[in-house]
Design a protein around this ligand. Structure first.
Ligand code: SAH
Length: 257
């Protein structure tokens, strides 16, 4: 869709590799006059924007502090009101823990039109790269995108946790995951449930650590801690090749290029 001046496109950048962008996302970036991008968006993707495009990083990286959400909102508004084609670029899919609802509501309330362009979310990238499905007939009938913690730092509600036919994909809150895993087990999910912690999913330097819910802490300790990590829990994960010879938590599996 053409990008009207003075509007904002909220665009999913996917998990990191430029060839995992949708064509629509790539076109929006190539056509942008102002680009606001999160720290999770890789340089390769930002480089698609024209040289003359105003490029603003809004997330934490190399020790720089993140911009406050309110500041980002105001900045998008100001750039759109100047009549620029603004792209707000977010890692993965903007609708999955991407605050897309808040940004869209703010802009629309101030009379600025928005369009959302979806992206490949981290869990999908992890599943594709390490060879397991997120749903599987007869085994994994539901998929829950969850985060370990709530805004005030308490563990998230896990009323749904004992459901053994659900695949759980955990975003953020990595330090809370061992405590959360213990709670899932206390609520009836088997400690033998397969888990896979994937760092830098979708990128050439991705690493995956297979394990069991009962020893999630060990699996997490074994993946690197530089990049973002998504943790997928559920029977479907056992279809990954990395799982077939798993007896004890093994060494991390590198991505095949
Ligand atoms: N909108 C993003 C998620 C943003 S929340 C998406 O759809 O993927 C940020 C969290 O997402 C990170 O803390 C991590 O848990 C996960 N994440 C994002 N990109 C990732 C990647 N390439 N590999 C693994 N996890 C990732």
């Amino acid at each position: 869709m053409p990008h009207d001046p003075g509007t904002v496109k909220l665009v999913g950048a996917g998990p990191g590799a430029a060839d995992l962008l949708t064509l629509r996302a790539a076109r929006a970036i190539e056509d942008a006059q102002a680009l606001l991008y999160d720290a999770l968006v890789c340089d390769e993707v930002v480089a698609l924007a024209p040289a003359a495009c105003v490029k603003i990083q809004t997330g934490k990286r190399a020790g720089r502090a993140s911009m406050k959400q309110e500041t980002i909102n105001r900045l998008m508004l100001r750039l759109a009101r100047r009549g620029l084609r603004v792209v707000r670029l977010k890692g993965g899919d903007p609708s999955v823990f991407g605050r897309v609802g808040e940004e869209q509501a703010f802009l629309n309330a101030h009379g600025v039109a928005t369009e959302v362009v979806p992206g490949v979310t981290a869990a999908s990238a992890a599943a594709a790269q390490f060879g397991f499905p997120l749903t599987h007939r007869g085994e994994a009938r539901r998929l829950v995108f969850a985060t370990a913690t709530t805004r005030d730092g308490t563990l998230t509600d896990t009323g749904w946790a004992a459901d053994r036919e659900a695949t759980l994909a955990f975003y953020m809150g990595r330090n809370q995951l061992p405590a959360l895993a213990a709670r899932l087990v206390a609520q009836g999910r088997s400690p033998d449930t397969p888990v896979m912690a994937v760092e830098n999913a979708g990128r050439a330097d991705a690493r995956a650590m297979p394990g069991r819910l009962g020893d999630l802490g060990q699996a997490l300790a074994a993946v690197g801690c530089e990049g973002p990590v998504v943790v997928v829990v559920g029977e479907a994960v056992a279809h990954a090749a990395a799982f077939s010879d798993l007896e004890v938590p093994a060494t991390p599996v590198e991505a095949r290029s």
